[in-house]
Design a binder for this molecule. Structure first.
Ligand code: CMP
Length: 140
């Protein structure tokens, strides 16, 4: 079973689509290993998105991700990385396929409702930033 980190971003929490995203997670056959609501500090957001630090949108991204509460969800499923990325859709909601979470709920490229890890290694690494192994329960 692969693991991926879902973050319901501040716009998703503010728009009250947390329940809809969790419903979709369950419909898509993921196991929720762990879940918590959190408010990321700017420093935590900067560490999490360090790979983008040279990009022009880095400041805006970290500002936004620390602007309000998020929901962190550790997910497991066969092919979790690709499956979740297909379910959430393209970064830019204007380019996302119909029925994807970003097409349905996202406001813009930056305020795009949900995060998904981009590789198996990053799925493990990103989950470990927010959850201890004891908080990750594989039992269904
Ligand atoms: P995500 O895939 O979760 O991780 C990187 C994030 O950078 C991405 O979601 C977007 O929210 C954000 N991002 C990418 N491109 C832009 C952009 N042009 N302007 C603002 N934010 C962006």
């Amino acid at each position: 079973m692969e693991r991926t980190l879902c973050i319901i971003k501040p716009d998703g929490v503010q728009s009250k689509v947390v329940g809809k995203v969790i419903d979709r997670i369950e419909q898509e056959g993921f196991t929720i290993l762990g879940m918590k609501r959190a408010r990321l500090s700017k420093a935590v957001a900067e560490d999490f998105y360090a790979v983008h630090k040279e990009r022009p949108f880095f400041g805006e991204l970290c500002e936004f991700m620390s602007s309000g509460p998020v929901v962190l969800i550790a997910l497991a499923r066969d092919n979790a990385i690709n499956h979740w990325r297909t379910v959430i859709g393209a970064t830019n909601p204007a380019e996302a396929d119909d029925g994807t979470i970003r097409k349905l709920y996202a406001r813009s490229k930056g305020e795009n409702t949900v995060h998904g890890s981009d590789s198996v290694e990053n799925g493990i690494l990103e989950i470990s930033k927010f959850f201890s192994e004891m908080e990750l329960i594989e039992q269904k």
